[in-house]
Design a protein around this ligand. Structure first.
Ligand SMILES: NC(=O)c1ccc[n+]([C@@H]2O[C@H](COP(=O)([O-])OP(=O)(O)OC[C@H]3O[C@@H](n4cnc5c(N)ncnc54)[C@H](OP(=O)(O)O)[C@@H]3O)[C@@H](O)[C@H]2O)c1
Length: 245
């Protein structure tokens, strides 16, 4: 059921990294709540599969295949998304990866890859969307950050730098664009049990049974998305009750 407080422009959400983990759970939760969707990721087959599941809720879903680690691909992908599906009321910058390595042993190319994906692509996406959001009278940008932005963990240095940068980027966009009705928030997360922990760039032995679930994050993002326009949640932090992990 659409929220009584949100105008129609706020019922379309763009979600990056929608094929797995937090992004997939969020797409499904938003679809069940009647939000039209614009989903982005690299894996076109997985995008088609999640889009099909979301359409079962009766919403419209557009997909765009893009590698956000390729700086030159980002602006064209956002332009294609706007052409296809119109201006979203909510943007969830969720796509990202983990990288574990001591800083002194982190190869410069890996560093650049991680920062392009986890930080610079978000800057590029916001830059590409702001004119359309201003023209629509505003919008809400939700950036997925990490506890590692605020606390140093051995081997998570590059990741922490990217997420700390994302928090600064979010605050800067928020103050620069608020006159245009654009709100920018971060959702800061402790460990969430997703495929990130199985990826080849992450070596970690944390217990997964105490972690947050993707559905916990999806529910929180929906809550943030459905707040009235006069209210800004600058940052919300979710941690596993068992500790940051
Ligand atoms: N899991 C945690 O413990 C945790 C904690 C704090 C914050 N976060 C943050 O939460 C966000 C989502 O993480 P997750 O745990 O859900 O990870 P995940 O299960 O690994 O999913 C990552 C998503 O991002 C997409 N993606 C990865 N690389 C991409 C690229 N180069 N271009 C476009 N899309 C790309 C993937 O889709 P394709 O493979 O199809 O491209 C996938 O849909 C990330 O920003 C992560 O840093 C996670």
């Amino acid at each position: 059921m659409p929220s009584a407080q949100a105008p129609p422009r706020h019922r379309r959400a763009l979600i990056t990294g929608a094929t797995r983990g937090i992004g997939a759970a969020t797409a499904e939760a938003f679809a069940r709540s009647g939000w039209d969707l614009q989903l982005l990721a690299r894996d076109s087959e997985a995008l088609a599969a999640i889009a099909g599941r979301c359409r079962q809720s009766g919403v419209s879903v557009h997909t765009t295949t893009v590698d956000l680690a390729d700086a030159a691909a980002v602006a064209p992908a956002i332009a294609a998304t706007l052409d296809q599906g119109g201006t979203p009321g909510v943007i969830i910058n969720n796509a990202g990866a983990g990288l574990t390595a001591p800083l002194v042993g982190t190869d410069a190319d890996r560093w650049q890859w991680l920062l392009q994906l986890n930080l610079t692509s978000v800057f590029q996406i916001c830059q590409a969307l702001v004119p359309a959001l201003r023209a629509a009278g505003g919008g809400l940008i939700l950036n997925i950050s990490s506890h590692a932005a605020r606390h140093a963990f051995p081997d998570w240095g590059a990741y922490g730098v990217g997420k700390a940068g994302l928090q600064a980027l979010s605050r800067a966009f928020s103050v620069e664009e608020r006159d245009g009705g654009i709100r920018v928030s971060t959702l800061t997360l402790g460990a969430v049990d997703t495929s990130l922990w199985d990826s080849p760039t992450v070596q970690a032995t944390f217990r997964r049974d105490g972690m947050l679930r993707p559905e916990d994050v999806a529910r929180t993002l929906l809550f943030m998305a459905e707040q009235p326009d006069h209210l800004l949640i600058e940052d919300l932090t979710l941690l596993p009750a068992a500790g940051a992990l």
